[in-house]
Design a protein around this ligand. Structure first.
Ligand SMILES: Nc1ncnc2c1ncn2[C@@H]1O[C@H](COP(=O)(O)OP(=O)(O)OP(=O)(O)O)[C@@H](O)[C@H]1O
Ligand SMILES: [Mg+2]
Length: 252
C-alpha cells in the first residue's frame, strides 16, 4: 500500500477542470516533485490532498484509508502537513512559542492516535517543538521574536511549523520561491536533512528545476490538470510531451 494514493481525483471550478482525473501514488520515504506550467493545477492538487478544497470527484487515501471527507485538521492529525507561506507565523511570538502552538494544534484532539507516543501530553508538545526547532537549526534562536528573524530564518521557521505536527507526509508548494540562489541551496540541504532525520515522505511543487533534480526521486508532470508524464528526473526531462507542454507548442 502506498502512503498516499489518489484515484480519479478531479476538481472543477465552474467550467474549468483544474485537476483532471489524477491517479497518483506516493510510497513511504519517496520524494516526488509535481511540476507543470503555470495554471497546471499543482496548487489545487495540494489543496485537495490537505482538504482545503473539496474534490468534484475521485478519492484520496492516506495509509490505506479514505481522507476524502476529512476536515483539514483531521488530515494534519493523521500525518499530512503542508509548509505554508509566511502567514502561518505569529510575528509577535517567539520562535519557540510558534513551534509549540503548531505542535499543540496538531496534538489537540488527536490524543487517541498519539496516546503511546506522548503519555504526558504537554511534555510531548514541548519535546516535539524542541526537536523540530533543532531539526531546522533554530534552537539557538528560540527566544527571538519571530518578526525579528532574517528572511531565510523565517522560511526555516515555516518549515519547522509544518514539521511540528510530526508528519509522515510533507507537502511543499514552491518552498524556494523568492529566494536567492544561496538561500535556495540552504533550503534544499535543510529539506534533505529533515527528510532523513524525521523519516519524511515529500511531495514538492516547484518551478526551479535544479531544486527538483536535487530533491526528487520521481517527477509527475501536470498539464491542464492531467498527468502527462511521470518517471525519473532524467526520463521526464527528455519526454517530448513535457517539452511541448512547457513550450506551448512554440518552436524554441
Ligand atoms: N479558487 C479558484 N477558483 C477558480 N479558479 C481557480 C481557483 N483556484 C485555482 N483556479 C484555477 O485553476 C487552475 C489551476 O490553478 P493552480 O493554482 O492549481 O495552478 P498551479 O499549477 O499551481 O499554477 P502556478 O504554477 O502558477 O502556481 C488555474 O486556471 C486557476 O486559475
Ligand atoms: Mg501554484
Amino acid at each position: 500500500m502506498a502512503l498516499l494514493e489518489t484515484h480519479g481525483l478531479t476538481k472543477s471550478f465552474g467550467g474549468l477542470v483544474a485537476v483532471d482525473d489524477v491517479d497518483l501514488e506516493i510510497e513511504r520515504g519517496e520524494s516526488v516533485a509535481v511540476i507543470g506550467p503555470n495554471g497546471a493545477g499543482k496548487s489545487t492538487f495540494i489543496n485537495l490532498v490537505t482538504r482545503m478544497l473539496d474534490a468534484t470527484a475521485g478519492d484520496i487515501e492516506f495509509k490505506g484509508e479514505s481522507i476524502a471527507s476529512d476536515d483539514p485538521h483531521e488530515v494534519v492529525q493523521k500525518g499530512v502537513s503542508r509548509s505554508f507561506q509566511t502567514a502561518s507565523i505569529f510575528p509577535e511570538l517567539s520562535v519557540e512559542e510558534n513551534a509549540q502552538i503548531a505542535a499543540l494544534a496538531a496534538e489537540h484532539g488527536s490524543f487517541r492516535f498519539n496516546f503511546l507516543r506522548h503519555r504526558d501530553n504537554y511534555g510531548g508538545v514541548e519535546r516535539l517543538a524542541s526537536r523540530t526547532l533543532d531539526a531546522v537549526d533554530l534552537l539557538d534562536q528560540r527566544g527571538v521574536t519571530a518578526e525579528d528573524l532574517p528572511y531565510g530564518d523565517k522560511r526555516r521557521l515555516e518549515l519547522g511549523i509544518a514539521l511540528a505536527s510530526d508528519p509522515d507526509l510533507l507537502l511543499m508548494d514552491e518552498p524556494t520561491a523568492g529566494m536567492s540562489p544561496e538561500e535556495t541551496a540552504d533550503t534544499v540541504d535543510l529539506v534533505e536533512r529533515v527528510k532523513a532525520e524525521m523519516g519524511l515522505t515529500i511531495l514538492l511543487v516547484e518551478h526551479d528545476m535544479e531544486v527538483v533534480f536535487d530533491v526528487a526521486d520521481r517527477i509527475v508532470v501536470l498539464h491542464r490538470g492531467a498527468v502527462i508524464a511521470e518517471g525519473s528526473p532524467e526520463a521526464v526531462q527528455g519526454d517530448p510531451d513535457v517539452q511541448e507542454a512547457y513550450l506551448g507548442g512554440v518552436e524554441a
